[in-house]
Design a protein around this ligand. Sequence first.
Ligand SMILES: NC(=O)c1ccc[n+]([C@@H]2O[C@H](COP(=O)([O-])OP(=O)(O)OC[C@H]3O[C@@H](n4cnc5c(N)ncnc54)[C@H](OP(=O)(O)O)[C@@H]3O)[C@@H](O)[C@H]2O)c1
Length: 246
Amino acid sequence: MSGTVLILGATSAIARGTAAAWAQRGYRLYLAGRDVESLRRDAADLAIRYGVAVHFGAFDAAAHDSHPAFLQRVTDEMGELEGVLLAFGYLGSQAKAAGDFRETLAIINRNFVDAVSILNLCADHLEQRGRGFIAGIASVAGDRGRQSNYTYGAAKGAFALYLQGLRNRLFPAGVRVLTIKPGFVDTAMTFGMPGLFLVAAPAYVGERIVTAIERGRDVIYVPWFWRWIMLIIRSIPERLFKRLKL
Ligand SMILES: NC(=O)c1ccc[n+]([C@@H]2O[C@H](COP(=O)([O-])OP(=O)(O)OC[C@H]3O[C@@H](n4cnc5c(N)ncnc54)[C@H](OP(=O)(O)O)[C@@H]3O)[C@@H](O)[C@H]2O)c1
């Protein structure tokens, strides 16, 4: 296999699992994130383990004005991109968000606004190229609003809708867009959270993401059974749902 994949938020545990699955298949990688020392270690590890070229560089999703120069830097260094994985995100605290609008804004920005800022540019790049893919990590939380995380859920739901529109726009150009909806995954984001069940390993999720892109899928739930869990949750009538403690 050939081609370069840009990973945004590459220090995420799910991103690391996905990077390993791509490196195993021979893809070149560009790891982007805030913690450059961590990226340096990951890049060296992947390059030694799989014998592929792995570059890395600083990327702050919140610094929108820096995004055009960032993407230019990546393509100057790596040439045209084959694909982009958007993995960064922020769970935040719903309880804190209820009383502190800065927390609300951080959750909405990180999971939606920041993602749109960089993906708009990536979409133009791939559309001009006339091939490739964009994969974005949304969440099952975006399928229905619940009192425990409705700000995060609203941002992820908006992101999923954005990806759907992008898929529709980029289809004629031959660019595929994959929406990824994980359930619970064992990462720093969920560490110590009470009430977790059916928790998946990041390496498993990474392998599922790469396979879904190879198969040209549009939307995946990971693990697969979340599709059916969310179908049941979405089908509960609102007059009953509003009484549940979820
Ligand atoms: N874990 C789950 O159960 C689960 C379920 C559904 C969806 N998701 C989604 O999966 C994605 C990956 O999360 P994860 O579970 O792997 O958690 P994670 O390990 O905590 O990863 C979150 C990543 O977002 C990055 N990030 C946050 N703010 C950033 C910014 N301003 N600029 C650049 N990067 C930034 C973090 O970078 P730093 O290292 O610099 O902080 C970190 O790499 C997220 O979008 C998350 O919402 C996770």
